[in-house]
Design a protein around this ligand. Sequence first.
Ligand code: KIV
Length: 263
Amino acid sequence: MSKISIPSLMQKKQRGEKFAVVTCYDASFARLVEKAEIEVILVGDSLGMVLQGHDSTIPVTVDDMAYHTACVARGCSAPLIIADLPFASYHSTQQCLDNATQLMRAGAQMVKLEGGDWLCDDIRLLSRAGIPVCGHLGLTPQSVNVLGGYRVQGRDDDQAQRIINDAKALEAAGAAMLVLECVPRQLAKQISQTLAIPVIGIGAGAETDAQVLVLHDLLGITEKTARFVRNFAQDSSSIEHALQRYRSAVLDGSFPAAEHGFD
Ligand code: KIV
């Protein structure tokens, strides 16, 4: 597989072809993800929960993210690597630029940050500085204490309209991709059709341009999983096989199924 670029993912969207994204935190799994031809790796701050055993992503630091990004980058060459800017690492514009720079130097090709139109100045600056940005709207786990739990977002009209406005604002500011987490499937469909940039869904129904799952969830390692997760290790002969089945199911539209989404 040749190196996956952001323009090549844009072209997939234009052609109506889906792509798969999975979280990954180390070199060994990155090698397997690459062998399964999964297009994008997200070094997610979910590592705070699945690797470090915390009950949220809030304790994760930029150094943690840089360490795991470097591990992943040593294990693969083709997938596009996105790294999360963790909690409290982009409170000021200079802090955002410095921390994003650290993640890019560690091996990321894009950084992801959680939040709406208040991030537009940061996104403009990062893009101008050669740092591609992925937005993240809907359920934003770094704000779990504001949201009051891990709940579906955008169910009422006001909230849905705010998410649509934020999505448009992030794109206009230069975001090159967007994650939508735990939103009703109709809202995710509308945003995916409205934006030119690829929209990656998790718990957002089948009509986004791509899907992401946490690696440990799709391998059935996590003790308690959300409704939008499918265990691809069940009935698979190896981890690589589970990853291949995940990618195939995303590409042929059989994952997520109706029971994985929200109305
Ligand atoms: O940190 C993470 O793994 C994420 C995904 C759940 C989208 O942000």
